[in-house]
Design a protein around this ligand. Sequence first.
Ligand code: ZN
Length: 166
Amino acid sequence: MSTYTIRLFGDPVLTQPAKEVADVDGRLANLAESMLETMHAANGLGLAAPQVGVQKRMFVYQLGDAEPVTVINPTIVEQRDEWEFDEGCLSIPGLFFPIVRPKEIHLKGYDLDGREISIEADELEARCLQHEMDHLDGRLLLSLLDKDQKKQAMKELRRRGQLDEA
Ligand code: ZN
């Protein structure tokens, strides 16, 4: 197993939509394992393949004592209610913003054995799934900020020298 370098804001790979996974094979299991290791090393709850430079529609997550989950080619089939939560991102480390998203979602996708999976999630798990879905579409949480939040985020990113685009 090995860990990846997490791509940071400004890296173009983070703003490109990822491609559907055509074949679930053994290499994907290795990728998932390394992504989990990378996520744990960074104390994250979820990590999407584009964040390690891999343009595939796949992400991993793990909440609390639950088993880690890998989701391939996910789609959100249903969403309900709204919930505000301080959301952060491993690709924009140290920045957290209160963001409103649907509170409950129903997500479908495939596991590493190519079997269809169905996840009914709420609150933190639903938040995590939606955040990772956004990564697969090349969307960062910065695009969900209001004007003042965005200003604050840009100021911090400029201070870090991470503001080459946007
Ligand atoms: Zn993220």
